[in-house]
Design a binder for this molecule. Structure first.
Ligand SMILES: [Zn+2]
Length: 244
């Protein structure tokens, strides 16, 4: 699973590490297409992990920045899909949580989310207010999970089954609450293959950073790790020598 946030229109490498330029995003999609990756939604991965054959990359976007519309268009041009995690209390508005150097601008609005959903994109929840879930009490936790899901389901007229923990912050209590709230799966920001822990409520992801080149992007996909060491590459080469 790949994790994106903002996608900036300028060609330059964005200063915020979690943004990528639209040009690099296009190149990454072309790479996935050329390498034969299927791009199901996270809901599909969670529903039938055993049924996916061949190279699979689940593309995810956290927060739902309005600049993601251009990314959505690029996906549609290539017949690809992705999953968006939306903060239900900030739809169509400026993010209500600390800026942390991210590019300015509002979040996706109701009409845009409906259009994306109609185009086959999955809309998941990222809470009501983008809080660190392990730090809040039981009642608030239930509310953040339940109310965001209800609001999104109401807006889309469809079930919402996927969730992403804000800031990647989670613990066992939160994972249980996500399950109790009726979600089928949740993803963290832990690095690695999505299904490595064999638990649908703590799926791992690979972060795509602003400075990632096609080379580093490809290495992430091949090794399921951000920081690929020569030892891993040697082990990989050796495995391929043995089987060929
Ligand atoms: Zn977030």
């Amino acid at each position: 699973m790949l994790m994106y946030h903002a996608v900036t229109p300028a060609k330059a490498v964005p200063a915020w590490p979690w943004a990528v330029s639209l040009q690099r995003f296009r190149d990454q999609l072309d790479f996935l297409a050329a390498e034969g990756y299927a791009t199901p939604t996270m809901g599909e991965l969670a529903a039938a992990p055993g049924r996916l054959r061949g190279r699979t990359a689940v593309i995810t976007f956290d927060d739902g920045y309005a600049d993601n519309l251009a990314a959505c268009e690029e996906l549609q041009k290539r017949g690809m899909r992705a999953t968006w995690f939306i903060v239900s209390g900030c739809i169509g508005r400026e993010p209500g949580w600390p800026a942390d150097g991210r590019p300015g601008g509002r979040l996706l609005d109701v009409a845009e989310l409906r259009e994306m959903h109609a185009a086959g994109m999955e809309i998941g929840s990222h809470t009501v207010s983008h809080v660190r879930l392990p730090e809040i009490g039981e009642a608030c936790l239930r509310q953040e999970l339940h109310d965001s899901r209800a609001a999104l389901e109401n807006l889309l007229g469809a079930a919402v089954s996927s969730f992403a923990y804000p800031y990647g912050a989670w613990d066992e209590r939160c994972a249980d609450a996500v399950k109790q709230a009726g979600y089928a799966a949740a993803c963290t920001t832990r690095t690695g293959w999505a299904l490595r822990d064999n638990d649908p409520y703590r799926l791992r992801r690979l972060t795509v950073f602003s400075h990632d080149t096609l080379g580093s992007f490809a290495r992430k996909l091949y090794f399921g790790s951000h920081d690929v060491r020569w030892r891993d590459i040697a082990a990989y080469a050796l495995r391929h020598l043995r089987v060929s």
